[in-house]
Design a protein around this ligand. Sequence first.
Ligand SMILES: Cc1cn([C@H]2C[C@H](O)[C@@H](COP(=O)(O)OP(=O)(O)OP(=O)(O)O)O2)c(=O)[nH]c1=O
Length: 198
Amino acid sequence: MKPLYLASGSPRRRELLTQIGVPFTAVSADIDETPLDHESPSAYVERLARGKAEAGWRALETDVDGCVLGADTAVVLDGQILGKPLDQTDSMAMLLSLSGREHEVLTAIALLDGQRCESRVVRSRVRFRPITEQEAAAYWASGEPRDKAGGYGIQGLGAVFVAGLDGSYSAVVGLPLCETAELLGHFGIPCWQTLSAR
Ligand SMILES: Cc1cn([C@H]2C[C@H](O)[C@@H](COP(=O)(O)OP(=O)(O)OP(=O)(O)O)O2)c(=O)[nH]c1=O
C-alpha cells in the first residue's frame, strides 16, 4: 500500500483519519489562506485543500510513491466566509451572527500523488439555537473558538448551540470520512483492509 501523508496541522483531522484506521504521517502545509476577489466559498475551500496537498507534496521531497491528503473547512453565512476569530470581539460577533439561524459548512478534501490530484467539496447545513451575549462571552473564555472556522467546535462545548445538522458530521469537524475513504480507495489505499486486520 502507498504511504499516506496528511498535510495538516489540525489535531481534529488527525483524529478523524485515525478513526478510519488508515496509517498516515502528518506533514505541515502552511499556505496563504486569503480568499481571491469574487471567489465562491466552494471554489475557495477546494483551492485551499489542493494547495495544502501540493504544499505537503513539496515537503516530502524524497517519497515520490506517497499520496498526500489536504483539507479545508469554511463556515459560510449569507454567502460570506467566516474564518477563524481574530479576538474576543470578532468571535462574539461571529457567534451572535450565527445565533438562531442556519449556516453552511463547506469542507474540501484533495488527494494527490505523482500523477494526479482528485478533490471533493462536501456541503452541510447547521442550525444554531438562539445564543445570548453572555453565552458568547463565556464560550470565548473556554478557549474553544480560537482555532476553529466560524469560531465554534461541534465536537466540543459548541455542540450545545447545535439544534440541527443536515449533512456530514465529520465534514463539519474538518474531514468528511465517507468521501475521504472513497478518494483513498481511488488511490489504492483501502480503509477496510486495515480495519479487518485489527
Ligand atoms: C466548524 C468547525 C471547524 N473546526 C475546525 C476544523 C479545522 O481545524 C478548522 C478550520 O480551519 P482550516 O483552515 O480548514 O484548518 P486548520 O488551519 O485548522 O488546519 P490545516 O490547514 O493545517 O489542515 O476549524 C472544528 O474543529 N469544529 C467545527 O465544528
